[in-house]
Each structure stands twice: as C-alpha cells, then as structure tokens.
Design a protein around this ligand. Structure first.
Ligand code: PRT
Ligand code: ZN
Length: 283
C-alpha cells in the first residue's frame, strides 16, 4: 500500500499544535525532537519535520504529499498547492505598523516611504493593488526594530497579541492579510482515498473542539422550554431519573455561545449541569 508523507514544522509556533492534531486523529508515532522523519505505526503515513518556510515547496514538488503550514508562508512562497482544511490554530495577521508618533490616516500616505518586512511578495502585491509606490526593504528577522534604527519608516510583520509592536513603540496601521495554519496538499491529491480518510479524521477532531457534551437534570415540567434552547441537531437524548418526574438531558453545545446558552438553560430550570470535552464527532 502507498505511504503518504506529511510535512510539519520541526520546532516553532506550529509544531506542538500540529503534533497534537495528528495524535488526536488517532495516529500513533514517536516524536523525538532529534528526528527528521518518523513513521506512523497504525496508518500508512510518514511525518517529515521541516522548517516552515520549506513546507510549501516540498508539497508542491511532491517530496511531501501533505503539509501543515501558515497561510502567510504559502502565499509568500507563491506555490501551487491545494488548500485542504483550515486548522484553527496559529492565527495571526500580517499588518503594516508605524511608529506611534506618525499620524497616518490613509494608506496612500505610505507612498514614497520605506517598509521593512520578511514578506516582500505579499506586501508587494498589497501595495500594487492599492496603487502605492513604497520602498520594500526585505529583512529576515527582528523587523520590528528597523524604524527605531532608522532603517525604515514602517514595517510589515505578523502580529498576534500586539505586544511586540507595543514594546517597540509601533502601532498597527493597516491589515494586509490574516492567517492561520492550513492543511495543504499536492494539487489533485485530495481525490486519493487515504487523503480523504485523513481529512475526515482531521475534520472530526476540529468539530469536536468546537463543541461540548452537556448533561443536565431537569423536572419534566421544564423539559419543553429547555429543549427549545438546544441547537437543532438530532440530540437531545432524554433519560428518566430514579426520582419521579425528573429527567437527564444529554446534548452537545457549540463552544462559541456556550456560556450564554448555559445561563439560559439554568434560567429555564436546568440543574446539576455537567460539561465534558468531546474527542471526535464523526458524521
Ligand atoms: O524555524 P522555522 O522557520 O520553522 O520557524 P519560524 O521562526 O519562521 O516561524 P515561527 O515558529 O515563529 O512561526 C510559525 C508560524 O506561526 C508563522 O508562519 C505564522 O503562520 C504563525 N504565527 C502566529 C506567528 C505568530 N502568530 C507571531 N506572532 N508567527 C510569528 N509571530 C511573531 C511575529 O513575527 C512577531 O515577531 O511574533 C511576534 C509578534 O507577536 P505578538 O504576540 O507580540 O504580536
Ligand atoms: Zn520560518
């Protein structure tokens, strides 16, 4: 049987979450920090550990069939790959930032200015779209210090908490792109059965992360108003309790409006609410 290869980041911001996702997919493998490649014992898959910058090209060229990497890196390397699944981690945005003292109001004010970045391709396209002629200075790291050193008027860099900008006396000016980790594949590979199986596993893990399993007790008199508050899946299951007139309701609740829904359920008469994480949801 064919063995697939997936490339993930060896170390850095996406490594831990990528390994965790593959483990949640039920894949069993050793994750030694020193190894560059490891085999999955219960699925025909090998995992390659690489620098994130190399992953898109490895996938495009077929050295790896699949990869997990930030959208920012994919777009910067301008490769032809299939976007198979957004993964919901490694979220950040690529922003142009300027020194706090600047009072820029409009992006057109970047005309004639210099902007330091490690993302010259993405920034170049953005500026072209906006009809702005600026001097892009490509540097590979510590972009945030360049205005302070007098090397550029502005920067274009990834931001997550905004702490790095703040501590360097910079403020965000305009968003260039938002990014998150993405499962990518060699173009056309998504029709292969093994790949379909893996994508299905990934999706079942992601669905589970977005949902909680909830069990609550209620008097039968409150059951209708409680059920009216629950999302329209096939659940809930309603089970009689030993105490006459009482039931236990089992259901799933989306993470995004979890607390609002729980408080409405309590107001409607729910008691003894137990909340559990879900490992997988297979449709
Ligand atoms: O060694 P390798 O080349 O594999 O890793 P790397 O050092 O190039 O990348 P790494 O591990 O730093 O980031 C991997 C991916 O994580 C990026 O390509 C993004 O898709 C994603 N990501 C998410 C981020 C951030 N958030 C992020 N905040 N990548 C970098 N940063 C940096 C940013 O460049 C800036 O220096 O963090 C700083 C800003 O963070 P805040 O929280 O202060 O705003
Ligand atoms: Zn990198």
């Amino acid at each position: 049987m064919k063995t697939l290869k997936i490339a993930i980041q060896k170390s850095g911001r996406l490594n831990e979450k990528s390994v965790e996702l593959l483990k949640y997919c039920g894949l069993s493998f050793d994750n030694y920090k020193s190894s560059l490649i490891t085999s999955v014992s219960n699925f025909p898959l090998e995992i390659l550990f690489l620098r994130d910058d190399d992953i898109p090209e490895y996938v495009q060229d077929g050295i790896a069939d699949l990869g997990i990497v930030g959208e920012n890196v994919i777009q910067e390397t301008e490769v032809e790959v299939s976007y198979l699944q957004r993964l919901g981690f490694g979220r950040c945005s690529l922003k142009i930032a300027v020194p706090n003292a600047h009072n820029f109001k409009d992006v057109s004010e970047l005309n004639g200015k210099s902007i330091a970045t490690s993302y010259p391709v993405i920034l170049g396209k953005f500026l072209k779209e906006k009809g702005i002629k600026a001097d892009i200075r490509t540097i590979s790291g510590s972009v945030e210090i360049s205005p302070g050193l007098g090397l550029s008027d502005a920067i274009c860099d990834l931001v997550s908490t905004g702490g790095t900008l703040k501590s360097n006396g910079l403020k965000p000016f305009t968003d260039v792109m938002s990014s998150e980790a993405m499962l990518i594949g060699r173009p056309g590979i998504e029709i292969e059965e093994l790949v379909k199986e893996l994508i299905q596993r990934v999706q079942s893990v992601l669905r589970a992360k977005e949902t909680k399993y909830v069990v609550l007790n209620a008097h039968k008199d409150h059951l209708k108003s409680i059920i009216d508050l629950l999302p329209g899946v096939k659940s809930p299951s309603v089970v009689s309790l030993a105490e006459e007139g009482w039931v236990a309701v089992h259901t799933v609740i989306p993470e995004r409006d979890f607390w609002d829904r729980i408080s409405l359920l309590k107001q409607a008469g729910a008691q003894g609410i137990v909340v559990m994480p879900i490992e997988k949801i297979i449709l």
